[in-house]
Design a protein around this ligand. Structure first.
Ligand code: F6R
Length: 607
């Protein structure tokens, strides 16, 4: 999940490399580095921490060159220190890498036995050392890379630069994405098109196993067998890649507040313009053909699947199985032609979700991706990619992608119910009328931000926090706890309200805030009973409900947050707002780095 960039340019590329790395920092920010060919010789600068540290190093000890590679790291093998920062160099070769070379220990032992001296603890250094070893045996850079690639096990996107080679760069991908950018007399490599957005919108996505030899005049792509191949060039929409914070202090709040508009955009993609019907996207599933849906994802995207399970089962009567991709991919679940599998991913590059997709491909009746990044590996490998239309999500913690994923799932659940004869035209229209209210109700919910900010002042003092919810609000309790953990570093857990008395209630005392998500629905009174059980044991309850719910719940809560009343169907979308903003304000209260929380990365391309 590191970010990589490579440029064969016409002028000094150092500042362009740094600018591209800024756009890739979402992939990791443990360290950063650049290497350039300067007067025919490799020169590099590296620094631990955010990109600003590298900028300071470059200012103090500048380098320049017309060919360069850069890297922003999310540490896997070896601590985040300068020695482990990329680019890694061995003699005449410098390399940046995203992924994991799984057999690095065996290769390292082999190279050490030959007298090669390693200077880092990373798996990546073997890439540079092995290439240098082949070069020392007299191979050309191209042959040295080709031989090396055949020896690697694991996942990688790589960019190589060579001493004395001002017009040569070699890239390769297996398991990790790599895009090739075409300029006017310039060529680029990048982990994604977004990194290249300021310099080109002409992109070629390398396919699995491809590698490419670049000069300023163009690139020759080879497949895994070494055959010269050509891959399509696409023009990507750069408007969709504009990334700035607007008037917000953080990307996170910008993205939270964008939700009503991006959800409306997502809806327009899945609804007829008169809002009478769900549109059936080309190739959309026929839900009568499936006995079961299997929904697979990671993290927040998984919680979207968890909400969708309630919707598909309750609205459309379809049995649904859900699993996190890291478990699903290795438990060898039986999958057959009467199963439709839906993979959900904002980035479309999450390694476990991609592996789950590859596991079900050819077994399931249909493999569908619900995806934000339309050009991503998951989007391209699925039978059908359904866009969530959230736009670029920069903040590492997901927010608008979640509610847009829910929007797509809500539309699919209604579609499935219609196809399976559970909704006639009038009932479908009535459900859509409820769904299209969601952006407006979220807009209203955002107005409760001051109450959330105030509650957060108290939450920031806690060591542990519990979230409770029932039915489709149970996944929101899990999402609230995840958001709080990752943004504020406070320990938090989400529980199904009814499960509390089966163990977790032992945690309750006056120091543990308990946040109850309780919209007024069929389960409201049961949730209130669970809340009473907490209060009877001295627990501090923060009730999140609407005016009626707050009134019905009565006295005894520590605090309340009043959200607009809404139809229970869209409540999981509306309650995403307090799940996100409570975490956001607790984090700002504690002074943590909201957009780039420690240890995390936006795109998890390692398993
Ligand atoms: C949490 C968060 C992560 C992602 C997860 C999946 O705020 O952002 O849990 O949801 O890493 O990422 P995608 O959706 O890109 O597959």
């Amino acid at each position: 999940m590191c970010g990589i960039i490579g440029i064969l340019g016409k002028a000094d590329v150092t500042s362009v490399l740094v600018e591209a790395l800024r756009r890739l920092e979402y992939r990791g920010y443990d360290s950063a580095g650049v290497a350039v060919v300067s007067d025919g010789t490799l020169a590099r600068r590296r620094a631990v921490g955010k990109l600003s540290e590298l900028e300071a190093v470059l200012e103090a000890t500048p380098i320049s060159g017309k060919s360069g590679i850069g890297h922003t790291r999310w540490a896997t093998h070896g601590a985040p220190n300068e020695a482990n920062a990329h680019p890694h160099r061995a003699g005449p070769v410098a390399v940046v890498h995203n992924g994991i070379i799984e057999n690095f220990q065996a290769l390292r032992a082999e190279l050490v036995a030959k007298g090669r001296v390693f200077t880092s603890e990373t798996d990546t250094e073997v890439v540079a050392q092995l290439c240098a070893d082949y070069l020392a045996q007299g191979l050309s850079p191209q042959a040295a890379v080709a031989q090396s690639l055949a020896r690697f096990e694991g996942a990688f996107a790589l960019a190589y630069l060579f001493d004395g080679e001002d017009d040569l760069m070699i890239g390769a991908r297996r398991g990790s994405p790599l895009a090739l950018g075409h300029g006017e007399g310039e060529m680029y490599l990048g982990s994604d098109a977004m990194a290249l957005a300021p310099v080109t919108n002409r992109i070629t996505y390398l396919e699995e196993g491809d590698w490419v030899v670049l000069s300023r005049a163009g690139g020759q792509i080879y497949d895994a067998l070494g055959n010269a191949v050509s891959r399509a060039e696409t023009v990507v929409n750069l408007d969709a890649m504009q990334v700035d914070k607007g008037n917000h202090r953080h990307f996170m709040t910008k993205e939270i507040f964008e939700q009503p508009s991006v959800m409306a955009l997502a809806m327009s993609h899945y609804l007829t313009s008169d809002h009478n019907q769900i549109t059936v996207p080309e190739g959309a599933p026929d839900f009568t053909k499936f006995d079961r849906l299997v929904l697979v994802a990671c993290g927040t995207a998984f919680y979207a699947c968890h909400v969708a399970k309630y919707w598909f089962e309750q609205v459309a009567g379809v049995p649904v199985e859900i699993d996190v991709a890291s478990e699903f991919r290795y438990r060898a679940p039986p999958i057959g032609p009467r199963d439709a599998v839906i993979l959900v991913s904002q980035s479309g590059e999450t390694a476990d979700t991609l592996a789950a997709l590859r596991y079900v491909k050819g077994k399931a009746g249909q493999v569908i991706a619900v995806i934000n990044a339309p050009e991503s590996s998951i989007a391209r490998e699925a039978d059908l990619a359904l866009p969530i239309k959230a736009g670029v999500e920069v903040s590492v913690a997901s927010s608008k992608a979640f509610t847009c994923q829910l929007t797509v799932f809500a539309a699919l659940a209604i579609l499935a119910a219609r196809q399976r004869g559970l909704l006639d035209a009038a009932a479908e229209k009535a459900m859509i009328e409820v769904l299209v209210q969601a952006p407006r109700v979220l807009d209203e919910a955002l107005k409760a931000e001051p109450q959330m900010a105030e509650a957060a002042r108290e939450l920031a003092k806690a060591r542990d926090i519990l979230f409770l919810g029932r039915g489709p609000l149970y996944p929101l309790a899990l999402e609230g706890a995840l958001k709080l953990k990752e943004l504020s570093y406070i320990h938090a857990e989400g529980y199904a309200s009814g499960e509390l008395k089966h163990g977790p209630i032992a945690l309750i005392d006056e120091s543990v805030p308990v946040i109850c998500f309780a919209p007024v629905d069929d389960l409201f009174d049961k949730t209130v009973s669970n809340m009473q059980e907490v209060m009877a044991r001295g627990g501090k309850v923060l009730l999140v409900s609407d005016a009626e719910g707050i009134k019905r719940a009565g006295e005894g809560t520590w605090a309340t947050i009043e959200l607009p009343a809404c139809d229970p169907f869209i409540a999981p979308m509306v309650y995403a707002i307090p799940a996100q903003l409570l975490a956001y304000h607790t984090a700002t209260e504690k002074g943590t780095d909201v957009d780039q929380p420690r240890n995390l990365a936006k795109s998890v391309t390692v398993e």
